[in-house]
Design a protein around this ligand. Structure first.
Ligand code: ROI
Length: 172
C-alpha cells in the first residue's frame, strides 16, 4: 500500500532544466513503489548562493509511496546520478538535478543522511511557493500555517512559468 505521503523539491540550473525536471518526474512515477499525485507549476528562481550561475527551475511534487524515507532518498539520489549529476564541485554551485525530500508524513528525522523536514525550507521561496500551490492548507512543524511562512519570504526572484506537469501525462 502506498499510504505514506511525501513532498519532493526539484531543482536544476544546467543542461535544459525544464527537461531535467520533467524527466525526473517521469522516472519517479515509473518506480513501482511511488505514485506522483500532483505537481506545482515550474518556477524560474534567482540562484540562492553564488550569483554567477544561471537561474534555477524549481517545482514541488506530492507523491504517495510504500518506501521508507531512506529508501526514497536512495531512489532520488539514483535518479540524480542517472541524469548526469556530478557530486563534486562547488558548494552551492550549479547542478543538473537536485531532488530533496521536503516532508515525509509528519516525520521528524535527524540522521547523517537525512534531515526532515528539510532544513532550509523556511527561507526558500522557491520551495515554499510551489509547495503552497499544491498544499495551501498545510500546517508546518512550528504550528504555523504554510501561508504565514510564504507571506514572510521575498518573492522578488521568483517567476511562475507556463509548464505544469500533469500526473495523468505520466501514465501515457
Ligand atoms: N537556488 C535556487 N533558486 N534554487 C535551487 O534549487 C537552488 N539549489 C541550490 C542552491 C545552489 C543552494 N541554490 C538554489 O542547491
Amino acid at each position: 500500500m502506498m499510504s505514506d505521503v511525501a513532498f519532493i523539491g526539484l531543482g536544476s540550473n544546467l543542461a535544459k532544466p525544464v527537461e531535467q525536471l520533467e524527466n525526473a518526474l517521469r522516472a519517479l512515477h515509473k518506480h513501482e513503489q511511488v505514485s506522483v499525485q500532483q505537481c506545482s507549476h515550474f518556477y524560474q528562481s534567482a540562484p540562492m548562493g553564488p550569483q554567477n550561475q544561471n537561474d534555477f527551475i524549481n517545482a514541488v511534487c506530492k507523491i504517495t509511496t510504500s518506501l521508507t524515507p531512506i529508501e526514497l532518498l536512495d531512489v532520488l539520489q539514483s535518479i540524480e546520478l542517472e541524469q548526469g549529476r556530478l557530486r563534486e564541485g562547488e558548494r552551492w554551485g550549479p547542478r543538473t538535478l537536485d531532488l530533496d525530500i521536503l516532508l515525509f508524513n509528519d516525520l521528524t528525522v535527524q540522521s547523517e543522511r537525512l534531515v526532515l523536514p528539510h532544513y532550509g525550507m523556511s527561507e526558500r521561496e522557491f520551495v515554499l511557493v510551489p509547495l503552497f500551490e499544491i498544499a495551501p492548507d498545510m500546517i508546518m512543524q512550528d504550528g504555523k500555517r504554510l501561508s504565514i511562512w510564504v507571506s514572510k519570504c521575498s518573492l522578488a526572484g521568483l517567476k511562475r512559468l507556463g509548464e505544469k506537469f500533469e500526473p495523468e501525462s505520466l501514465t501515457l
